[in-house]
Write a protein that binds this ligand. Structure first.
Ligand SMILES: [Mg+2]
Length: 459
């Protein structure tokens, strides 16, 4: 590349970015508020540093297919130069890149030169020992993959460690009959960046839980009408809140009473007066851990989408909210056409690949505020808040059209897949369950109408 060519290349790149941004605008819905119309910044690449160069190239191609820009690099010099030129979205580093064990110090060196830590993922073809993993952690590694590096599992991890969405603040519900005490706790936690709410009347607990969806509950021990341990049991009797941490905060300093309370569904006992820092750290650790576990519980392992149970719960939550706020809500069910044939003719790995690609396709093309679930084998469900039937139908039909254009390389000829969908809007008569069955019925009609179409349930 000559020196003179560089400026025009740069301009070309800018124009390309601009065009890409305009393209990405096409997926936005009419009537979207302006803040949702904000475009994603131009994509930074992911640098792939694997000992097996051929695999790195192949992996990069597959990642591109999923819409991620990946660049394989083959030696330390090229890596350093590339990072200096363009900091990546993430680094995937083979621990044995640049010689046995050489990947870790190399990544650490590059990381030190960065103003902001670059998301870093280590990979080892073989199962590794603790010292290697420890070195990876010390080098700033956020994840560690072993075995055969596959595009989909890599993508999943990358999505997890690079999710630029600002971390959702932790949500803490404080239940205490003393308003003064509750306000004090609220203030301490709010100052630490958490979203708090307090409840002085324990009888309203279940409604408040459904509405606020806290990551953690701080519970008083002695309240009129209902004791803390009694309330903890009530909370635990609901499957949805079995794993929400409950921390007692009380002046009770009798250890036996504390232990009794703990054995009734509590996770920890903090004694008043308590240092702010102690309270914040305990709450933050417990809540973050619970959130992490919950994310695993509610997600489907193949696609990373919400699982069947959780998407139905979300539909229920959203329909309550929609009713209260008098906003429209749509719900759709999708099913990949002739999926059995794909599995029979091309094998299950191809079937999985189609499922994963539809999952990614939906994630990319729907709004952040929409909820996507894997409903069953090749069935998907989508909850679309603040969306009326017309808009939902239009968006789904556009996705359907685009999805049908994807070619999956296969023998003897490339594979093309389609899906059918049914979509319904909530109204006075429909609760979450009837909505789900109405969408299912519409999906059935779409299948009978010849597939590859979206059928709407007219109100
Ligand atoms: Mg009290």
């Amino acid at each position: 590349m000559t020196q003179a060519a560089e400026p025009s290349q740069e301009r070309l790149k800018q124009e390309l970015d601009h065009l890409l941004q305009r393209l990405s605008r096409t997926r936005l819905r009419k009537g979207d508020p302006p803040d949702q119309a904000l475009l994603r910044p131009a994509r930074k690449p992911v640098y792939l540093l694997l000992r097996d160069h051929e695999r790195a190239e192949r992996l990069a191609q597959q990642l591109e297919f999923f819409g991620l820009s990946a660049q394989p690099l083959f030696d330390a010099g090229a890596f350093m130069a590339s990072v200096a030129e363009q900091p990546p979205a993430a680094i995937v580093m083979d621990v044995d890149f640049d010689g046995p064990g050489g990947g870790v110090p190399l990544a650490a060196r590059v990381q030190q030169g960065q103003e902001q830590a670059v998301p870093l993922l280590f990979f080892s073809h073989h199962e590794t020992d603790t010292p290697t993993r420890l070195a990876a952690v010390r080098a700033g590694g956020q994840a560690f993959l072993t075995g055969t590096l596959e595009a989909s599992s890599l993508l999943e991890k990358l999505e997890m460690i690079t999710s630029t969405a600002p971390h959702d603040p932790l949500r803490v519900l404080i239940i205490d009959d003393s308003r003064t005490q509750a306000l004090h706790t609220e203030r301490v936690l709010a100052n630490a960046g958490m979203i708090t709410r307090s409840l002085t009347d324990p009888i309203r607990t279940m409604a408040e839980l459904a509405e606020f969806q806290p990551d953690l509950i701080i519970l008083d021990l002695y309240m009129p009408g209902c004791s803390g341990p009694e309330l903890a049991k009530v909370i635990r009797h609901n499957d949805r809140y079995v794993s929400v941490p409950i921390i007692y905060l009380s002046a009770e300093d009798d250890l036996d009473k504390q232990l009794d309370a703990m054995s009734e569904g509590g996770d920890d006992f903090l004694t008043k007066p308590i240092r702010s820092r102690h309270l914040i750290t305990t709450v933050r650790n417990r809540a973050a851990r619970a959130r992490h576990l919950k994310a695993r519980m509610v997600r489907d392992s193949l696609t990373g989408l919400y699982n069947h149970t959780h998407i139905l719960q979300l539909l229920e939550d959203c329909s309550f909210r929609a009713r209260r706020e008098r906003q429209p809500l749509s719900f759709a069910m999708l099913d990949i056409d002739h999926f059995k044939k794909i599995n029979d003719h091309h094998g299950h790995p191809m079937g999985d690949r189609v499922i994963k690609s539809l999952a990614l396709f939906l994630k990319q093309r729907l709004r952040k505020s929409d909820f996507i679930g894997r409903y069953g084998g090749e069935e998907f469900a989508i909850v679309m808040p603040n969306t009326a039937l017309d808009a939902a139908h239009k968006v789904l039909d556009e996705i359907r059209r685009r999805f049908a254009e994807i070619l999956y390389p296969a023998q003897p000829s490339d594979l093309q897949c389609t899906f059918s969908a049914g979509v319904v809007q909530m109204d006075e008569e429909l609760d979450a369950l009837t909505m789900a069955s109405a969408a299912d019925e519409a999906l059935y009609r779409a299948k009978h109408a010849g597939r590859n179409c979206v059928v709407r349930v007219e109100p």
